[in-house]
Ligand binder design. Structure first.
Ligand SMILES: [Zn+2]
Ligand SMILES: [Zn+2]
Length: 107
């Protein structure tokens, strides 16, 4: 599970849909009382941004004409973790030619 926290417009379809699904998984884990441990210490999850992030990704999905029908009910009280968007951009460009191409195009 990983939040990228970069502008949704620079995520390819796979990474946009992937982060969206993973947000729902993170919230599922939190609601089941799971400890996010490594996801927090490795800078992969930032609980304070989950709700706003879901809204931003859903908006981008709608803009691209993808189906979004999964509201996310979450209010953060944990305030755990910090995601560095610069690290995310580099990681996405390294792993994924489609994301690299979107970053190259700018906004
Ligand atoms: Zn959703
Ligand atoms: Zn990608």
């Amino acid at each position: 599970m990983r939040m990228w926290n970069v502008a949704p417009s620079v995520l390819c379809r796979k990474h946009l849909l992937g982060e969206h699904v993973e947000l729902h998984m993170v919230v599922g884990s939190i609601k089941r009382g799971k400890n996010l441990g490594r996801f927090i210490t490795d800078g992969l999850i930032e609980t304070g941004k989950i709700s706003a992030r879901h809204k931003a990704l859903a908006k981008e999905m709608t803009r691209r004409g993808y189906n979004h029908a999964s509201p996310l009910d979450y209010t953060d009280t944990l305030k755990l973790g910090k995601v560095n968007p610069t690290v995310s951009l580099n990681e996405l460009a390294r792993r994924c030619p489609d994301c690299a191409a979107l970053q190259g195009q700018g906004e």
